[in-house]
Each structure stands twice: as C-alpha cells, then as structure tokens.
Design a protein around this ligand. Structure first.
Ligand code: SAM
Length: 281
C-alpha cells in the first residue's frame, strides 16, 4: 500500500508546530524534492534506510514506500508525538528520539547488509555529522543528503576548481560523489537564506588512496589549505622535518614545492605524505 504524500504545511498547521531556527528546521513543501531524493538514493526493498531529522515525516513517507525499513532519528521532542501519530503505526518505521551526533549507528545497523543514509540535514551540524558518518567506519552503502549548495560544491570539487579544498579531499578519500539536484529556497517552509543541493556519496570499499599514516595525510592537507594562495612548501614547512629532509621528500615525490595545494590530486597528496612519513621514521 502506498503511503499518501504527507502535506507538510497542513501538518504544521494541524499541530500548531513552531519552527526552531536553532535546530535548522526548514521543512520540504515541494513534493518533487523528496521523490528525487529517494530516486537519487536508489532506495529499494532490500534497504534499511536511516534518516536523520525526519521533521514531520515528509521525506520519511516517500522512503517508507520504497525501503524495507526506515529508522529515523529526531532531536526535537515536539516532533516525536507528531511523527508517532502520523506514521508510528507503520510496521516498517522506527523512531529514535536522540541527537544524531550521539548515536552509535552500528546499534541500528546490526547485521543488515544494505544500509543507506538519507537526510535533509539540519545545516548547522552538516560538517560534524558528515565527519562522524564517514570516519566512524559504518557499513553505509551511500549517504544521500541535502546540504547547503556551497558545502556540496566543495565536497564535489576537482583539483584546480575554486571550491577544491580539505573537505573535497576528506569526502573523496572515502566516497565517490555525485550531485543529484539543486533545490531552491522556495521548496521549504520557512525559506532558508541559501540554495541547497542533494548530493550522493557512495562509500568506497577501500579509501581512494592507501597511505602510511592517515593522520599525517590529513595534517598535510589541512596545512596546505590553511595557507591558500601560498606555496605547498609554506604550508608544510612546520610539519616536523628539517629543511633538507623536506626537500628530499618533495624531490622523491616528484612534486614541485612551489605548487599550491589546490593543484594537487588526492594521489599526489598521498605520495607526498608517504615520502614525508618515511623521512620521519
Ligand atoms: N526531513 C524534514 C524535511 O525534509 O522536511 C526536516 C528536515 S530539517 C532541515 C532538519 C531536521 O533535523 C529537523 O526536523 C530538526 O529538528 C532535526 N534535527 C536538528 N538537529 C538534529 C540532531 N542533532 N539530531 C537529529 N535531528 C536533528
């Protein structure tokens, strides 16, 4: 049985719901967006879908039409009775009242094989949530998320692009990225001040490059981009090697220290990081 589209504005009115700006509450009112999110995530009946921030259940209803099960995590206690009343009876639906940053996703995933995360994320916690989801080694096949346009463009950027930086490299170390669609402010109530993008991150079975020290690899990336418009040399000169050893590392990596961080591919950062690591031993 298909679940009826949830009419966001009607529910907001029915329950006299008051939006909280501090919880990043901008609810979808354009039916095409949740449908495109579910299609973009390629949700099917084998999937356990974990949704962060269901709101009044607009996207959740579409997910329930396609997935095996949906587990939604919502922080706002005012939304819990609304969700329970509107979709709580659905046997495929589980609601968790908690902060997504505090959840151990493995307890939800259990031994499910096909797990996808789908969310219209609250923008104030986008980066910490993404970092948690990527770094804590959960068995997600993909994360299909709606986020602020600029953040999505940074995640998706290639070397040489103005948006390319440490977030691009961090996300692309763990995932392949694909833009699903753009979403204008008028698709939400209340309207956000920014444009949004739905991006899909497909988790790789192994990180895109293999490095001797992940910590050093990400330290080098961070220092290279802290010093935008400066040379790589200036970015990494305080990494903990003598001038001679650092010169040797650049030489062996075949990377010109006068280049800027934004021109290096993830593979070049990996080679440089390993050469620097070897000189530290
Ligand atoms: N999914 C709904 C939609 O698309 O209309 C609502 C999306 S709204 C942008 C973000 C949702 O995340 C809100 O329901 C908000 O209460 C919830 N939220 C905010 N911070 C959260 C957190 N730390 N953990 C879980 N949910 C959170």
């Amino acid at each position: 049985m298909e679940i009826q589209d949830i009419k966001t504005a009607e529910l907001v009115k029915k329950y006299n719901f008051k939006f909280s700006k501090s919880l990043g509450q901008n609810f979808l009112i354009d039916d095409s967006v949740p449908k495109d999110i579910v299609a973009g995530a390629e949700v099917n009946e084998d999937d356990l879908v974990i949704e962060i921030g269901p709101g009044v259940g607009t996207l959740t209803a579409q997910l329930l039409n396609k997935a095996k099960r949906v587990v939604a995590i919502e922080l706002d206690s005012d939304l819990i009775p609304i969700l329970s009343k509107e979709i709580g009876d659905n046997p495929k639906f589980t609601l968790i009242h908690n902060d997504a940053l505090k959840v151990n996703f493995n307890e939800i995933i259990g031994d499910e094989e096909s797990v996808k995360l789908v969310a219209n994320l609250p923008y104030y916690v986008t980066t910490p949530i993404i970092l948690k989801l990527l770094k804590e080694d959960y068995k997600f096949k993909s994360l299909t998320i709606m986020i602020q346009k600029e953040v999505a463009e940074r995640m998706n950027a290639e070397p040489g692009n103005k948006d390319y930086g440490s977030l691009s490299l961090l996300v692309q170390y763990y995932c392949d990225t694909k833009i699903v669609r753009k979403v204008a402010p008028q698709c939400f109530i209340p309207r956000p001040k920014v444009d949004s993008i739905v991006i899909r991150l497909d988790k790789l079975t192994e990180p895109k490059v293999s490095v001797k020290s992940e910590k050093l690899f990400f330290d080098i990336i961070r220092s290279s981009f802290n010093m935008r418009r400066k040379t790589l040399w200036n970015g990494v000169k305080n990494i903990g090697l003598s001038k001679e050893k650092l010169e040797l590392a650049f030489n062996e990596a075949d990377i010109d220290p006068k280049r800027r961080g934004e021109t290096l591919s993830i593979q070049e950062f990996a080679v440089l990081s390993d050469k620097i690591y070897e000189k530290m031993e």
